[in-house]
Design a protein around this ligand. Structure first.
Ligand code: AMP
Ligand code: MG
Length: 267
């Protein structure tokens, strides 16, 4: 797993990460399925503990091009967790009142409370990605925003939030296959937007914007993971493994019986 964790400060080069990679699990898809089952069960236990202890909170950021698998990850990795204590926040094109505020305003409102886990389906990173690629902001603005994002995430971590950020890395060919599938499958038409093709045409500009954004916001307190995502089973395994590992590192414990209840228990 460490292989995909880039040292803070070091440049992130997306062309050096193979989206087809399935490191450690080559040719053993069945083992991967079993391992995912084990991890999702473990994630459910840890989330229960997170909720019960009511001390830490967890923010999972999912970014990626259209069809990279943000929705699929949410469905698969978190299928075992208790909906009480887990929430998804999806960030779409900002509404007029949101545009009238600073870019973190709508984001801050959605961060997890103590004991809670929140999954960001897209995030404040759109404000240095789509806005940049579509020419809505200039270099000084996105440069400033990298700093503002780092400060914001540092504040969250200092206040007890664990921040994990995943970039779902797919190849351009894989995206073509997935978008075509959306136009061929009546149960997937709803996912397709004409604008997906406009973004697809700007693939190189997006990769450049991603590389720079990931590099500049890959901090010790809020690390980025570049997830090879052409193979869905590897993507799910990677992300659940990373979240489980991080939650285990928190050394959480169920609250002990309060003093005033000890007598009650004996009685
Ligand atoms: P989807 O994730 O497919 O539902 O699409 C959501 C759309 O909203 C994507 O095209 C995003 O690029 C866009 N979006 C999300 N956040 C922002 C933002 N802050 N500024 C502009 N567009 C955004
Ligand atoms: Mg979409």
């Amino acid at each position: 797993m460490k292989r995909y964790r880039v040292r803070p400060g070091a440049p992130i080069r997306l062309d050096r990460v193979d989206p087809d990679d399935a490191f450690g699990f080559r040719g053993a898809k069945d083992d991967a399925r079993k391992e995912l089952e084990r991890l999702t069960a473990r994630l459910a236990e840890l989330q229960e503990l997170l909720y019960a202890e009511h001390k830490h909170s967890v923010l999972v950021v999912l970014q990626g091009m259209d069809s990279a698998g943000k929705d699929g990850t949410i469905r698969r990795v978190f299928e075992g967790v208790n909906p009480q204590g887990v929430r998804v926040a999806s960030f779409k094109r900002p509404a007029p009142d949101e545009l009238d505020h600073d870019f973190l305003w709508r984001v801050h409102e959605q961060v997890p409370a103590r004991g809670e886990m929140v999954l960001f389906n897209r995030s404040h990173y759109e404000d240095v990605l789509v806005t940049r690629v579509h020419g809505l902001i200039s270099r000084p603005v996105w440069e400033r925003r990298y700093r503002e994002i780092n400060d914001f995430e540092r504040m969250l971590t200092e206040e007890g939030t664990t921040v994990l950020k995943f970039f779902l890395h797919i190849g351009r060919g894989e995206q073509k296959r997935r978008l075509e599938e959306r136009l061929d499958d009546p149960t997937k038409y709803w996912k397709f937007r004409e604008t997906d093709l406009q973004d697809r045409r700007r693939w190189a500009a997006y990769m450049l914007a991603y590389e720079e954004a990931l590099t500049r916001t890959n901090t010790t307190w809020a690390p980025w993971y570049v997830v090879p995502s052409n193979r869905k089973w590897f993507r799910d395994l990677f992300i659940s493994g990373q979240i489980v590992g991080t939650l285990e590192g928190l050394r959480m414990r169920y609250p002990s019986l309060p003093r005033e209840l000890r007598a009650t228990r004996v009685r």
